[in-house]
Design a protein around this ligand. Sequence first.
Ligand SMILES: [Zn+2]
Length: 96
Amino acid sequence: MKTLRTCKNGHQYYKSSDFPVCPICENENKSKNGLFHMLSAPAKRALENKGIRNLQELSRYTENDILQWHGIGKTTIPKLKALLETVGLKFNAEGK
Ligand SMILES: [Zn+2]
């Protein structure tokens, strides 16, 4: 079960085992790996190589785009999707 939480900075997010901390604060901190801490090292490197430092940048890509990147596995996509959803974003729609 996801629980809606409000962090000390007033952001609302769904707390889950993957996101024990506020993803919006993590996003704004732009810490190198903090936001994507739940991903494997190759997946983190793949995002880094693409210059993705926050969820807005991630949401410009489609799932298929991201699957092409070296280091991204099929298990990475649901994690990224859940992370986007916690801040009300989603992947770019296919074919746009
Ligand atoms: Zn926050």
